[in-house]
Design a protein around this ligand. Structure first.
Ligand code: PBG
Length: 324
């Protein structure tokens, strides 16, 4: 059989036909905007490595929520930066802690018109910057950390979070949090599990955003090894068995194969986190005029959706929502 010349190209000849046959459409409904709220500042602080992203005060966060809602973005995920950090991250479960206050602020403005997700971890709250309790030998105490995570889940749910998103990669964290929520009348709060979260070099700017430095240390004993793919499926299965309502793959672009395989594995909604380093690389090259940052952002976010993600946590949410 011979194929006529130009068989595929003739379906690309103008924008209308390309639109007509497009298989993936990026939409404002796909976005979750990550937001930072910091205690003890009087004005929003820009984050150098994340141009256009701020550490918010409670007041500036409220204005940000208005803008996000006006753009029609359906969800946010909140990260808190407390004034005082300690070895266990106790501000994370303080009912009057910064993130709990911010959740309540957002809920009072947004009601049920915005999904308020709350990242559940202790690294923003600990003085050492790890996602759990650190033993004397430097290892992480998984089970003791779960006790803290349960307290945080309850504090966040009571403050008004719509979705709890544990990101610490402790074993058993989903089951522990589900139990804590169920025991406290929070059976309707879904869990978005950061299931396949890799020990990536792409979280650098996030650490500036939450004032964390991991000196001479890394998270490779609990976050995943980037050489592994089957292990990610085991992580996802474990989280689903423990009661995760949605799962996440993180980062996004380096792990599109993981998203695609997760899509085959499960029918629950899949989120993908286009992380801080992914954002800053595009922004930095854009600022230099080396790439068209908007185009590359749309290209990457579309690829994440094409690979099988239902929604994308991205620092581009506002900027790209404006131009879709
Ligand atoms: C942990 C957490 C991190 C990110 C989200 N949740 C940091 C880490 O695990 O090192 C990174 C997100 C990003 O880089 O944008 N609480």
């Amino acid at each position: 059989m011979t194929f006529p010349l130009h068989r595929l190209r003739r379906l690309r000849k103008n924008g209308a036909i390309r639109r007509l046959i497009s298989e993936t459409t990026l939409n404002v409904d796909d976005f979750v905007a990550p937001l930072f709220v910091r205690e003890g500042i009087s004005e929003a602080q820009p984050i150098d490595s994340l141009p256009g992203v701020f550490q918010h005060t409670r007041e500036s966060l409220k204005r940000e929520i208005d803008e996000i809602m006006n753009l029609g973005i359906p969800g946010i995920i909140l990260f808190g930066i407390p004034e005082k950090k300690d070895s266990t991250g106790s501000e994370a479960w303080n009912p009057d802690g910064i993130v709990q206050q911010a959740i309540a602020d957002c809920k009072s403005i947004a009601g049920d018109d915005l999904v308020i997700m709350s990242d559940l971890c202790v690294d923003e709250y600990t003085d050492h910057g790890h996602c759990g309790v650190v033993n004397d030998d430097g290892s992480i105490d998984n089970d003791l950390t779960l006790v803290l995570y349960k307290k945080i889940a309850v504090a966040q749910a009571n403050a008004g979070a719509d979705v709890i998103a544990p990101s610490g990669m402790m074993d058993g964290q989903v089951a522990a949090i589900r139990n804590a929520l169920d025991e406290t009348n929070n059976v309707d709060i879904p869990i978005l599990a950061y299931s396949a979260k890799y020990a990536s070099g792409l979280y650098g700017p996030f650490r500036e955003a939450v004032n964390v430095s991991l000196e001479n240390s890394d998270r490779k004993s609990y976050q995943q090894d980037w050489r592994n793919k089957r292990e990610a499926m085991n992580e996802i299965k474990a989280d689903l068995d423990e009661g995760a309502d949605m799962i996440m793959v993180k980062p996004a672009i380096t792990y599109l194969d993981i998203i695609a395989q997760a899509r085959e594995l499960t029918d629950v909604p899949i989120g993908a986190y286009h992380v801080s380093g992914e954002y800053s690389m595009i922004k930095a090259a854009g600022e230099k005029g080396w790439i068209d940052d908007k185009q590359v952002a749309i290209e990457q976010l579309t690829a994440v959706k094409r690979s099988g993600a239902n929604f994308i946590l991205t620092y581009f949410a506002k900027e790209i929502a404006e131009c879709l």
